[in-house]
Design a protein around this ligand. Sequence first.
Ligand SMILES: NC(=O)N[C@@H](O)C(=O)O
Ligand code: NI
Length: 161
Amino acid sequence: MSREVRIQPLTAEAFAPFGDVIEASGTPDKMINQGLCGRHDDLARLDFDGGRAGISVFDGAPRTLPLTLDMVERHPEGSQAFLPMSAEPFLVIVAPDNGGVPVRPLAFRTAPGQGVNYHRGVWHGVLTPLSSPGLFAVVDRIGPGANLEEHWFDTPYQVVE
Ligand SMILES: NC(=O)N[C@@H](O)C(=O)O
Ligand code: NI
């Protein structure tokens, strides 16, 4: 079976088994600030078991395509959200789990203005900007323990356009 993974556009529906797409889509849940701001409310399921929520900034080096994907990781005790601090698309890679092992991954390209929240324990590729600046606000668990499990594929996948 081919080890090529084709990139697809990110949609909330396709990403739903893995997490939440964070974006201002459709009608705001409410208008605030004297009608000058639309609030798109409560867009992500957050989880920080045994810890607390933290906000960090990641400054990621941009990657080129095709991308050799040799590892995915997961955070057993918490969710992890990536909110781009630029309008540049980035690559989102996730993989279904089969008995504690990730199977064939999926790759998505975000649209400008889209962020993602990986649900607790979901296999994902590490932050993969596609251009500079690779700046992201990251909301994830701050607490004891590594909260990190890595899986290195015996044979890497090639993520392609
Ligand atoms: N290790 C770390 O903080 N970052 C990764 O979890 C990632 O998903 O990029
Ligand atoms: Ni992560």
